[in-house]
Ligand binder design. Structure first.
Ligand SMILES: Cc1cc2nc3c(=O)[nH]c(=O)nc-3n(C[C@H](O)[C@H](O)[C@H](O)COP(=O)(O)OP(=O)(O)OC[C@H]3O[C@@H](n4cnc5c(N)ncnc54)[C@H](O)[C@@H]3O)c2cc1C
Length: 497
């Protein structure tokens, strides 16, 4: 628990209405979108300015309590779970689009801006901010940057890191730095902007974000293609790219996911198909026509069983709905959904899907797989029930095997959801000893007292840092997806979920 004097000072900094301390309020900040992980914070603060953020972090260093930055809490890796107690810092009051610069094609936003609000703002004047995570109608720009979020348009346009060109960041010690800027070129010193992107709230609190914009594509065409064979679908993905077409969207749904989506949205999807691809091409109108006919030809050559092509903008939305609905459709089937993020080189997508199917059979589990086939970023989603201990043991073993399979196929633990707590123990498998030590050196340099989002990315465990007490956060043992880290002092978190 935090001392009353600490709470009083926090209240003075942010105003009494922006400090939450009741058990009922804290319960809402004990967890995020990751199943089976939760821990009550000691307090929640909602700063309204960079200066307030800085004063809170200075205080945290003086008094030794932990601070966990939080946007919308939609991350899927336990990234905002206050595993060592302390204060959750909710950044959604900082929610203004500060500037859209139409000469330099940049936008300056605060971290609490909702991603799709930025899309709407810039698209209204013919500009485009491509990163579009599935959660974009609720996720924040701060959360997107801290997780380096991807999305459905990643294949052609890249991910969040490809658009962030500057930032204002409050370092864990409370100092404020600005990085990057509006210039197209900037090689002055280390690239601190890129260091902060994907740092998962462990290296600084991002208080302003400068992103580059591009012209909005003139036209786009959406196609939905069904296959009786998984291999044909996978080979289509590689063949489209080999034919020099880079679609912004090249998404995959397996049979389990097609069935769940159809049960959910009744769109008339064929239930006997092994795979569905959602393909979108965009650009100048003439290029879109040329690219879409190439794509359709490749699909036919690879034995597509059914093809639907959107003729209007409404059609386009309708065809994309199935893919956008994949996650909620799967989530309805069972009480718990364990969503993974293992990513392989594009050429290994079919092999990875087959491995996942083998794992589902071996552990007798229902797994729906969907994802960004063009980037090799798959989301095998295990439908289960966290109240069934025996079932969850099988789930844990299956997840373990999936991570190892992805690494064996030359892939990575996470394509876009981050490491957080959920994948922390696997970090050394991919980064090896030297990689982990380099990360620890950076963390120590910027956050000497390990104030900011401790216990994430396996840094503490690898460095041998003990969770600190100082009356703030009687931390539980390090958490993995194998065991619920919800502790005796946070049963509300379990009930709240
Ligand atoms: C239905 C659904 C679909 C999704 N689809 C995608 C997808 O397509 N692609 C994808 O990449 N992800 C996806 N996600 C995951 C998630 O939405 C993203 O990780 C998103 O970027 C998180 O944003 P947030 O505002 O919710 O951040 P939070 O969950 O609140 O925080 C995420 C991390 O960022 C840190 N953080 C937040 N704000 C700041 C800040 N201002 N400064 C420093 N650190 C900060 C937190 O400490 C935490 O570590 C999806 C999630 C759901 C539930």
């Amino acid at each position: 628990m935090l001392r009353q004097s600490t709470l009083d000072q926090l209240s003075q900094i942010v105003g009494p209405g922006n400090l939450l301390t009741t058990r009922e309020d804290l319960a809402a900040y004990a967890y995020d979108a990751t199943p089976r992980m939760g821990r009550l914070p000691d307090a929640v603060v909602k700063p309204g300015t960079t200066e307030e953020v800085s004063r809170i972090l200075q205080m945290a260093n003086r008094e030794g309590f932990k601070v966990v930055p939080r946007g919308a809490g939609t991350n899927l890796s336990g990234g905002t779970v206050p595993i060592q107690g302390g204060v959750v810092m909710q950044l959604t009051r900082l929610n203004r689009v500060l500037e859209v610069d139409t000469e330099n094609l940049t936008a300056l936003v605060e971290p609490g801006v909702i991603t799709s609000d930025l899309h709407a703002t810039v698209e209204a004047i013919g500009l485009f901010y491509p990163p579009d995570p599935g959660s974009m109608t609720v996720s924040t720009m701060g959360g997107n940057v801290a997780e380096n979020a991807g999305g459905l348009r990643g294949l052609k346009y890249g991910v969040t890191k490809d658009y962030v060109i500057g930032m204002e960041v409050v370092l864990p010690t409370g100092e404020v730095i600005t990085t990057g800027g509006k210039t197209v070129k900037n090689v002055t010193g280390y690239d601190l902007t890129k260091l902060m992107v994907g740092s998962e709230g462990t290296l600084g609190v991002i208080t302003k974000i400068l992103v580059r914009l591009i012209p909005k594509p003139e036209a786009k065409k959406t196609m939905l293609v069904f296959y009786r064979s998984l291999d044909d679908a996978a080979q289509t993905v590689s063949a489209i790219i080999a034919n020099r077409v880079i679609p912004p969207t090249l998404e995959f749904l397996d049979n389990v996911t097609i069935r769940c989506v159809e049960q959910y949205i009744h769109a008339g999807l064929p239930l006997d198909m092994e795979a569905m691809l959602l393909i979108e091409v965009d650009g100048p109108r003439s290029v879109v026509e040329e690219d879409s006919s190439k794509v359709l030809q490749v699909c036919r050559e690879h034995h597509a069983a059914e093809i639907q092509v959107a003729e209007t903008a409404e059609d386009s939305l309708r065809l994309a709905t199935g893919r956008r609905a994949a996650l909620p459709a799967l989530a309805r089937i069972k009480p718990t959904m364990v969503l993974e993020d293992a990513t392989v080189p594009r050429s290994q997508v079919a092999a990875m899907v087959r491995k996942i199917q083998g794992i589902a059979e071996k552990y007798d589990l229902l797994i729906g797989t969907f994802g960004h086939a063009g980037d090799g970023n798959l989301h095998p989603t295990i439908l289960c029930d966290e109240r069934d201990t025996e079932l969850m043991e099988r789930v844990d073993e299956a997840v373990d095997e999936m991570f190892r399979a992805a690494l064996e196929l030359g892939g990575t633990l996470s394509g876009e959801h981050g490491i957080g707590l959920a994948k922390a123990p696997y970090m050394p498998l991919e980064l090896k000893d030297a990689g982990m030590k380099a990360m620890i050196a950076i963390k120590k340099a910027l956050d000497p007292n390990n104030i900011l989002n401790p216990g994430k990315m396996y840094i503490d465990q690898y460095a041998g840092w003990q969770p600190t007490g100082n009356g703030h956060g009687d931390a539980p043992p390090s958490s993995t997806h194998h065991s619920s880290p919800i502790t005796h002092d946070s049963p509300v978190a379990t009930e709240a979920r």
